[in-house]
Design a binder for this molecule. Structure first.
Ligand SMILES: Nc1ncnc2c1ncn2[C@@H]1O[C@H](COP(=O)(O)OP(=O)(O)OP(=O)(O)O)[C@@H](O)[C@H]1O
Ligand SMILES: [Mg+2]
Length: 280
């Protein structure tokens, strides 16, 4: 961090970052990122304080899955109409949700005073949060990549389909080339068996090792399950609608495994400050 930034942090009294940030991304659309974000958040919420950011600008639908209303988002805070506290919704199991976190992209374009003010408010959230989960949009556009690079840990979602694997690899390649600092884990969704999920992961890990000289971690496999679709239609996350189901246990296992991947970041900047740095 430059002296100037260090001074600003000192002057603003910005808290030291404490929450770990996990960005959920995929490359290809429709592979299950938003459902994974919501159900993972709920599975982690038993033991940790969770903040969920919906960073999907175009069709973020976290609010639909969690059945919460989100009239306001970060753009309203930027415009001065609302305070940060007003845009945070409380979901099931007390998870806190910011819908329309995509407004963060606009942070890169506002004047430095307002930028510092907002970053300070947002960073304050990190103090009483253990894990921040970021649900990103599909694709490898700059804002999506910036959220991932700013996170402590990236979870790439793929399915066993060739097109999803190709796009997942495309995303991993961009992250590695840009010097992604944290671990990258892979979860295989909509698999027909755990064996198929493991094979899918292994193929992705092999090409990543061979062509990018980078390591991937296996986070788990989620089977294709009609209960998830029914839960979406009922606007209840599947871990709440069917708590005894196999897919609910798979989400618990995923939460446990992701908690076990060490991520050391030699950086005192808060997540929100890092997002702006990568966006600029
Ligand atoms: N394990 C699963 N079993 C069955 N269907 C699933 C599963 N996971 C996801 N789906 C189906 O895929 C749909 C899309 O899921 P979701 O919205 O979470 O994907 P996404 O990656 O967030 O999409 P987008 O890229 O548009 O943001 C769900 O509504 C559901 O019908
Ligand atoms: Mg989504």
């Amino acid at each position: 961090m430059g002296n100037h930034a260090a001074n600003l942090q000192q002057v603003s009294g910005e808290p030291q970052p404490s929450a770990r940030v996990l960005a959920i991304t995929s490359g290809k659309g429709g592979v299950g990122k938003t459902n994974i974000a919501a159900n993972l958040a709920l599975s982690m919420a038993a033991t940790r304080r969770i903040l969920l950011l919906d960073a999907d600008m175009s069709l973020g639908n976290l609010d639909l899955i969690l059945n919460i209303r989100s009239k306001y988002n970060i753009s309203h805070v930027l415009n001065g109409y609302k305070r940060i506290e007003d845009i945070i919704q409380t979901g099931p199991r007390d998870i806190r949700v910011i819908c329309g976190a995509s407004g963060l992209h606009e942070l890169a374009d506002i004047n430095e005073y307002d930028q510092q003010r907002l970053i300070q408010h947002l960073s304050g959230l990190q103090n009483d949060t253990d894990v921040i989960l970021v649900d990103t949009a599909a694709g490898i556009a700059n804002p999506v990549v910036s959220f991932c690079l700013a996170a402590d840990h990236v979870l790439v979602v793929t399915t066993p389909e060739a097109s999803a694997m190709t796009d997942a690899y495309g995303m991993i390649k961009v992250l590695v080339r840009k010097g992604n600092p944290g671990p990258i884990s892979v979860v295989v969704n909509m698999a027909h068996s755990v064996a198929e999920g493991k094979r899918t992961y292994q193929r992705l890990a092999d090409v990543t090792g061979r062509f990018l000289q980078a390591k991937l971690y296996y986070a788990g496999t989620l089977l294709k399950d009609d209960r998830l679709c029914r839960a979406v239609r009922a606007r209840t996350p599947v871990v709440l609608a069917y708590p005894q189901s196999q897919i609910a246990s798979s989400f618990s296992a995923l939460a446990a495994r992701l908690g076990g991947v060490a991520c050391e970041r030699n950086n005192q900047n808060t997540f929100f400050r890092r997002v702006i740095r990568w966006l600029s």
